[in-house]
Write a protein that binds this ligand. Structure first.
Ligand code: DX5
Ligand code: ZN
Length: 218
């Protein structure tokens, strides 16, 4: 397992001052940007132009989470926009192996996400192609939802498969991660933690990043 990383999501931050919002979390490892197209999920956020602008001012690299249809045709725009990691949903990719290879050869870390009802087992052999696996712990689309405990066994199974294959793939969790739930995820084998509302509803977002890290490392 890699070292613990905290990647705050700006989804519930103030979109009118995104540059200032990312400057409030210098202690984060990445900034998680949730790209939504109103088709794959019932919500709409921003596209490559805004991500590119944010990449220019962010103190840490961007971790793009693409909740968009037709990932095969749209993902590379986020590598070009300057993201250090690009996550596509397997449910939205026609050729996930080709896409992961394209993201890597374009110069970013390649990552694949699974919605809560999507099992890991059919994708076991893809793990060596991935720099990170994202296991959603809410149905994607909105911040501030309740953590789904039913996802914990899948996190454990994914970690066991990574051990079996001897891969260095990071295991990210996203959705409802807070001081209450972060330890459960870490204990199950996650090492990269997205937290949106927990960080941006805190008085001091950077102190919350540190607190989440301390709990995950405990
Ligand atoms: C949800 C997004 C998440 C969201 C997490 O679809 O993918 O990244 O911002 O927000 P919280 O931490 O509030 O669940
Ligand atoms: Zn996300």
């Amino acid at each position: 397992m890699g070292h613990i990383q905290i990647t705050p999501s700006i989804l519930n931050s103030d979109f009118a001052r995104l540059g200032e919002e990312v400057a409030r979390i210098p202690g984060a490892d990445w900034v998680h940007v949730d790209v939504m197209d109103n088709h794959f999920v019932p919500n709409l956020t921003f596209g490559p132009a805004m991500v590119e602008a944010l990449a220019r001012v962010s103190p840490v690299p961007l971790d793009a989470h693409l909740m968009i249809e037709d990932a095969d045709r749209n993902a590379l725009a986020y590598v070009e926009a300057g993201c250090g990691s690009v996550t596509f949903h397997v449910e939205a990719a026609k050729a996930p192996v080709r896409l992961a290879r394209e993201i890597r050869s374009a110069g970013a870390r390649a990552s694949m996400a699974l919605k809560p009802a999507t099992p890991i087992e059919p994708y076991e052999d893809l793990l060596p192609e991935l720099d990170m696996l994202l296991i959603m712990t809410v149905e994607p689309g909105f911040g501030g939802q309740k953590f789904l405990d039913l996802c914990l066994p899948k996190i454990r199974r994914a970690r066991a498969l990574m051990d079996k294959h001897g891969v260095e793939t990071w295991l990210q969790v996203d959705g409802g991660v807070s001081l209450e739930t972060v330890e459960r995820c870490a204990e199950a084998g996650a090492d990269v933690f997205v937290a949106g509302s927990a960080v941006y509803s805190a008085q001091d977002p950077d102190a919350m990043v540190a607190a989440l890290r301390a709990k995950a490392e405990a």
